[in-house]
Design a protein around this ligand. Structure first.
Ligand SMILES: Cc1cc2nc3c(=O)[nH]c(=O)nc-3n(C[C@H](O)[C@H](O)[C@H](O)COP(=O)(O)OP(=O)(O)OC[C@H]3O[C@@H](n4cnc5c(N)ncnc54)[C@H](O)[C@@H]3O)c2cc1C
Length: 381
């Protein structure tokens, strides 16, 4: 067993960190109010960190999932609102599904534009009636001659406004029969064909979360990803890969916040001592540092399993997604206590990060109980 990163991994981390310090750090505070600047996405694409797992055939960087996890970590160390890392992870995992299962025609139509930052690709699975029970979706698609007519509604979908404005769309799940999860089809639906409304979220506002209406929406049959009726399986594959970046992004945020907190307690004094000299505080820091190492190792293992194409990936990516956001919240709370009143100000940034992290606790990329369901099924069969 070798825990070391390769020279390439180390280079990708330092090069990405340097790029983000230069291009993202100066604008990161404003992202929550005014969105991720288009210009930044285009620069990130030239840097090779948009959809980096896509192969060089489509001008991608051909990186591993471990390397894309490293990038996700670095992004959320800088944009602690989580918006940029959400954009990154969706636009990595779902183009990967296109490359893995899509026809040559759809790959040619979309993937060059994704790696150049021109088009965004997300996932549209959740509906007003629920998100966890993917097999229970109600949106339906009728295949007629060489096109599909889709009717229904998706809700809480990330990136709808950005895709409609700049280009791209969502891998959309719809029913194509009455055989439960065995009759769900996945197809690319360009966002500009839809009526889209933005939801007013509590956090990570730099990327939109939307309701999307499909009202006799027509797309070419060629936009089906892979085979008809196989969409449920493709979506599970996508979520298993997306969850690695979710966990990595949470770990990046945790590391940044914990480092800031540790710096603070090294310097702040009370009762004639530094805060770090109170064991109640230094032991808490020791616990958090250890737990962070645990979630990072778990996440790297999930990424390693993705790169090995192991069938253990679903359970490990669920474990990483279960633990990483909970630890982020715990670290945010501890650091807020260490900061005292300063922690309660917007200037400290902890509230922005807390609002962002909650998206992963309530549901994005799968609710926590669903992660437990995946893990317990593996334990108990
Ligand atoms: C900011 C944000 C962005 C999102 N972006 C997207 C996106 O881009 N695309 C997309 O498709 N979806 C997106 N979602 C939706 C997300 O996938 C869902 O929130 C998630 O799947 C849970 O679905 P739900 O919210 O409908 O909750 P429900 O499925 O209604 O679940 C409600 C609660 O019940 C629990 N529960 C459900 N079933 C079980 C069970 N069997 N056992 C125990 N407990 C259970 C859940 O854990 C949860 O706590 C986003 C959500 C958020 C918050």
């Amino acid at each position: 067993m070798d825990f070391s990163f390769t020279d390439d991994d180390i280079y990708i981390r330092s090069n990405t960190a340097e790029f983000l310090k230069r291009e993202l750090e100066p604008i990161s505070r404003k992202i929550d109010e005014s969105g991720i600047p288009r210009d930044f996405i285009l620069k990130a694409a030239s840097q090779g960190i948009i959809a980096p797992v896509i192969s060089s055939k489509y001008n991608g960087s051909n990186l591993t999932f471990l390397q894309s996890a490293i990038i996700a970590e670095e992004i959320s160390k800088v944009d602690i609102s989580m918006a940029t890392s959400v954009y990154f992870l969706l636009d990595n995992a779902w183009p990967y599904i296109i490359e893995k299962y899509g026809s040559e025609q759809i790959k040619n139509e979309l993937l060059y534009d994704v790696t150049s930052g021109k088009k965004f690709i997300g996932i549209a699975s959740t509906e007003p009636s629920g998100g966890s029970d993917v097999a229970g979706i109600r949106t339906n698609g009728i295949i007629e001659n060489d096109h599909i007519v889709i009717n229904g509604q998706k809700m809480y979908i990330s990136g709808g406004i950005e895709a409609a404005k700049y280009g791209g769309g969502h891998l959309t799940l719809f029913k194509t029969g009455n055989n439960g999860h065995r009759s769900i089809t996945m197809a690319y639906v360009p966002a500009n064909l839809l009526k889209i409304e933005r939801l007013d979220n509590m956090g990570r506002m730099g990327i939109s979360t939307c309701t999307m209406y499909y009202e006799n929406t027509e797309i070419p049959e060629d936009y089906i990803i892979g085979e008809k009726d196989m969409g449920f399986y493709y979506s599970m594959d996508g979520f298993n890969h997306a969850r690695i970046s979710v966990a990595a992004a949470c770990n990046g945020l945790s590391e940044r916040i914990l480092d800031l907190g540790i710096d603070y307690i090294k310097n702040r004094s009370a009762f004639g001592k530094k805060l770090m000299d109170f064991q109640a505080i230094s032991f808490e820091a020791a616990e958090l540092k250890t737990e962070l190492e645990m979630t990072k190792l778990l996440t790297y293992k999930a990424a390693y399993l993705a790169d090995k194409k192991s069938d253990e990936l679903p359970v490990y990516s669920a474990m990483a997604k279960l633990k990483a956001p909970q630890l982020s919240l715990k670290i945010l709370k501890s650091v807020m206590m260490w900061y005292g009143a300063y922690g309660y100000t917007k200037d400290a940034g902890l509230e922005r990060a807390t609002r962002g992290i909650y998206s992963y606790l309530v549901g994005a990329e799968g609710a926590l109980n669903i992660m437990k369901l995946i893990i317990s099924r593996r334990i108990f069969g």
